[in-house]
Design a protein around this ligand. Structure first.
Ligand SMILES: [Zn+2]
Ligand SMILES: [Zn+2]
Length: 421
């Protein structure tokens, strides 16, 4: 029996508590307080730093020149139909983030109880980040306008605040939304980046029967633009790694005998190559401007930066695979999926430094759906945290095998600024 086994009954209670108290991004007050209380109980001298209201960071140093960050996401999703959703806020743990938190706490508990920090080849920083899910945007828009936050993603905000300035490698974990017959983990699965873009076409209203010559039809511009975007797909490079989804985001509320004078469309743009995304965004702008001009109208364009793509560190994942080989309790590994078009703000961290996200099963239902739940507690709350602990230890003692890069906070902020207006 080790400290992961010993901690299981307590972390099981904490997992239940977090699951039944889901909170939306930047409002994870209960979750944050629970984490802080538990860290202080495990390690009364821990020096806990706060950021972005609910974010927490606690460091364990051994005098190394490098630091590995372990990330856990505090927030939950907006999914009011989930069986354990908060009836007032619609928040629900339909993405499993609470089990990232319990894994991080189990790792901290083992680290402190075994007094093992000197065994690691790096310092360790545990960073509990707010607001991963890109939801509740009206609240975040207001917070941004009021100067309380600069970014909708909690890790983006943390980067801006300098929380990751002294970090060299990053390890994160995430639930996988599939049912597995065997206990399964996943490595090396990249995530797409995304941006949101809005196009508001403006024309001139007139009586469609009596004076059509006086009108400029905004709906026709939107229709022409939809066609232009469809034609643009032919020239898209690596089309399997690009997605866009043009939809109408406003309705024509005028009478049907009036030529509509405004209509808003939007699309997300999902990608793996940030420079190419900027190129495509410019093509969209040209097409929208051209379509508006073609019919005598105008278009207002708003670009909202989403998250950058997660490009995982293959050399770090190689070490995780080695640890998997000596962990018989975990029966299966997926290492060949390559990428999925889902996204997360862990991508923004991978822009800066070598980063991995280890996936884990143990759930059933639909991820982000109404029935997503933890089913294999023994795996997720006891076996998997021990595996992640061993992976961190292994990576920290094989740094010579890890391919390293480091971009600065300024380079990061400049890249984001090119994607928004
Ligand atoms: Zn999610
Ligand atoms: Zn998630």
């Amino acid at each position: 029996m080790d400290y992961f086994d010993e901690y299981y009954p307590l972390i099981d209670k904490i997992a239940d508590d977090l699951f039944t108290h889901p909170e939306l991004g930047y409002k994870e007050f209960h979750t944050s307080q629970t984490v802080e209380n538990e860290i202080k109980r495990i390690c009364p001298k821990a020096n806990i730093k706060h950021f972005s209201g609910t974010g927490l960071r606690v460091d364990f140093n051994n005098g190394s020149s490098k630091t590995i960050a372990i990330i856990a996401e505090l927030d939950s999703l907006y999914q009011p139909s989930h069986f354990a959703a908060n009836s007032e806020t619609g928040a629900a743990q339909a993405c499993g983030h609470f089990t990232q938190v319990t894994a991080a706490l189990s790792i901290i508990n083992n680290l402190v109880k075994t007094d093992a920090i000197s065994n690691f080849g790096t310092n360790l920083a545990f960073i509990f980040t707010p607001a991963e899910e890109y939801v509740d945007l009206s609240f975040r828009k207001k917070a941004k306008a009021a100067g309380k936050i600069s970014y909708f993603g909690g890790k983006q905000e943390a980067i801006k605040l300098g929380i990751f300035d002294d970090i060299d490698y990053c390890i994160s974990t995430h639930a996988i939304g599939e049912d597995f017959a065997k206990r399964t983990i996943e490595v090396d699965c990249n995530l797409a980046g995304f941006n949101f873009e809005y196009f508001t076409f403006k024309g001139k209203a007139s009586h469609a029967g009596f004076a059509p010559e006086a009108g400029i039809n905004a709906e026709n511009m939107a229709s022409l633009f939809t066609t232009a975007l469809a034609y643009l797909r032919q020239s898209v490079k690596n089309p399997n790694q690009i997605r866009y989804n043009p939809v109408m985001t406003s309705q024509n509320e005028m009478s049907i005998n009036v030529i509509p004078d405004h209509l808003q469309m939007g699309t997300d743009l999902r990608y793996f190559d940030s420079n190419y995304a900027i190129e495509l965004q410019n093509k969209f702008i040209n097409a929208a401007t051209g379509c508006a001009q073609a019919l005598g109208g105008q278009v207002k364009i708003e670009q909202q930066v989403g998250y950058l793509p997660l490009i995982q560190s293959k050399s770090m994942n190689q070490r995780v695979k080695e640890v998997f080989k000596r962990t018989p309790e975990i029966e299966d590994i997926i290492d060949n999926r390559g990428y999925v078009m889902a996204a997360g703000d862990i991508g923004d961290i991978s822009f800066l430094m070598p980063t991995i996200q280890i996936g884990y099963g143990g759930f059933n239902g639909t991820i982000h759906g109404k029935d997503f739940k933890l089913v294999d507690k023994d795996f997720v709350l006891r076996i998997f945290p021990r595996f992640v602990y061993n992976s961190i230890l292994d990576i920290s003692t094989h740094l010579d095998e890890i391919k390293t890069y480091r971009k600065t906070r300024d380079q990061y902020l400049t890249t984001l600024s090119k994607m928004e207006n």
